[in-house]
Design a protein around this ligand. Sequence first.
Ligand SMILES: [Zn+2]
Length: 395
Amino acid sequence: MYLLISDEFLAALRVLPGGQGDLWGSRADHGSVVRLVEPTRQEGQESLGRWVRQTGKAEDIGKDLKDVTAGQLILILDGDETRCFVVEPDKTLQPQPFEQVKLYTDYHSRIEGLFDPTRLPEKRVVIVGLGSGGSAIASELVRAGVGHFDLVDFDRLSVPNLARHICGLSDLGRLKVDAVADFLRNASPVAKVKTYDMNVTTDPDRLQEILQGADLVIGATDSEDAKSILNRIAWRLKIPAVYAAAYDLGFGGDVFLAEPPDGACYECFHRSTGDMFSPPDDVTLDYGKTISQPALGLDVRFVSLIAARVALAYLLAGDTTSRLHSYSTNWVLWGNWPQSGWVFNQPLMSDFIQIDPDPVCPVCHPDAYSQAFLGISKEEAAAEVKDLLDSLPSF
Ligand SMILES: [Zn+2]
């Protein structure tokens, strides 16, 4: 048996009242791997034996324990010392070696020195759209140390999703938010995840409640209507948003950061990029639309990784120790391969372009928009709409 016990698990047992209790943990590979690592009891764990906090000879302790059966583990906490035993058929205790690990403190040891590790655990990121793109972005953010996630999607994991999604066969038919939530909880011991089975286009009020107080929102939905609603609400709440899109067949993609109150919003971005490039000959170049067309998962993943990096750079802005410097522009273009009518003539190329705010954008400059197109202020326009609605007969 290969037994893992974490410092955090032992520390939790040392302060529990009662002096002894059930030993909760998990087994893998038919019991050849046993883990006692989570300080709080987790779903799916099983009782593996007993723990006892006392001093004295192990043999004596074993005789005192009731209801122990052959094969169970006995963990004895003797001051700072920890001893583990397996119960033999004759109720004697056989010493069981184990490896002591530091699950929480060592989790980020391989990314030490890249940025201040205390900044991300308190950050809350809302991800709208948990398909191949959104799920991969979530996967990177949680491993970097982001602590809180709100996942929003109404779709279920279907067979065509499996070739590109981070989740697999065991999640087939599950809501994507639930499948990804389990993935994130399994990926990090500190991840706190909430899920929302909902369509943002039909429940914008609820989306506004979810976004309140968030540090960042990721727009990875394949619905342009959903992105538009997300933009309006996030901008009103002054929450920055990262929008990621891969193009048909996966030949490229882009990532846009909308940063209120002075940057360009997604509406500005959509308006200004529509005419920027002529479409390639044989594919549809539809900015802002995540692909449902054939594309390799790895080609979509490149765009997701850039989006995760843009998100992390934003979340770490102001951290003088961070090596993930913020990007100088709000739009990153990525090309997986050259395509006629497209900007790159070599594979695996990127470019950085600054999108300026539209001075008459209806979302981020509503007053100027009303004046320019209606000749009246935003308040006057709102009053006219209200008067019009009030004058309509009710049904
Ligand atoms: Zn705008």
